[in-house]
Write a protein that binds this ligand. Structure first.
Ligand code: MG
Length: 286
């Protein structure tokens, strides 16, 4: 080995070592996962807890106003006739509105798994979801005021018993006499669009508030493009913050599907590309 070769090796060796360390790190560490920050925030951040506690504090104020105003309804499109004398009710979604499923999401991240109805139904029937901060105290206070609390969820009817056990164990008000847990497919016309279930409640109750984490918890016109969804949102501007109250959920929802045209058959890579393409970006002038 001449001196030049020795020098070359001396210079190259640290570079090779650094490259080896980087590759070893990639191979041994967790893979990048787009779900990480949203799940971390919902599971650990006091910022999330403060947001949901805030929504439920507002819900408590709105409930008092609504009870005092017999003309108040959160579902004017389906609340027909002389509804002022009907008994009061509120409608809440379940997942990420009253039930905290961040452990299911976290399990997928830790194992590199993807959502499937099989694993989801097993999780739901296990009945181990937590409570969204603020939800138990609010619903208990509503029930104590004589308000019937309905849960309109897109959990499938096959998970009804596990979900009911979960809600009851967490302290959410349940009824022995009225079917207040309305699951998807429990009745032939109870599809993922929840309007028929909202109308079924409104037939017998004055609906004071809707609470959800997803546009579809409030309107059946939730599945258009992002622009179409904004137009529907604006058309209902008088409801938001009054009788329609939205919980934060950055982990999943119909907003995400809107970003890739609702085409679930696309590859994960293509969905991701469409999401990035849809962003409005700022770049410095060159
Ligand atoms: Mg939900």
């Amino acid at each position: 080995m001449n001196q030049q070769s020795a020098n070359t090796i001396r210079m190259a060796a640290p570079l090779a070592a650094a490259l080896f360390m980087a590759l070893a790190g990639c191979a041994g560490g967790p893979a990048p996962d787009d779900r990480l920050n949203a799940t971390l925030w919902m599971q650990q951040a006091v910022e999330y807890k403060a947001a949901t506690d805030g929504v439920y504090a507002l819900a408590s104020i709105r409930l008092t106003e609504a009870l005092a105003d017999p003309a108040w309804t959160a579902v004017p499109d389906v609340q027909g006739g002389d509804f002022g004398d009907l008994p009061p009710a509120i409608i809440l979604d379940a997942d990420e509105t009253v039930l905290d499923n961040s452990a299911y999401q976290a399990g997928l991240i830790k194992t590199g798994g993807v959502y499937s109805s099989e694993s989801w139904n097993a999780y739901a029937n296990n009945g181990s979801a937590g409570a969204v901060p603020g939800a138990v105290a609010f619903t208990q206070a509503a029930a104590a005021s004589g308000v019937t609390v309905f849960y309109v969820t897109n959990r499938d009817a096959v998970t009804e018993q596990g979900t009911a056990n979960n809600l009851a164990a967490l302290g959410f008000p349940m009824s022995d006499t009225v079917d207040t847990l309305m699951t998807r497919n429990e009745q032939p016309d109870w599809t993922s669009r929840k309007g028929t279930r909202r109308a079924a409640v409104a037939k017998d109750y004055r609906v004071l508030l809707l609470l959800g984490d997803n546009f579809g918890d409030f309107t059946d016109d939730y599945s258009g493009s992002s622009g179409e969804r904004r137009a529907v949102y604006e058309a209902h501007s008088a409801h938001w913050g009054r009788d329609w109250l939205m919980l934060p959920n950055p982990a999943y929802g119909s907003w995400e599907a809107a970003a890739f045209g609702g085409d679930y058959a696309l590859s994960e890579k293509e969905k991701r590309r469409r999401k990035i393409d849809g962003l409005t970006g700022w770049t410095p002038d060159e």
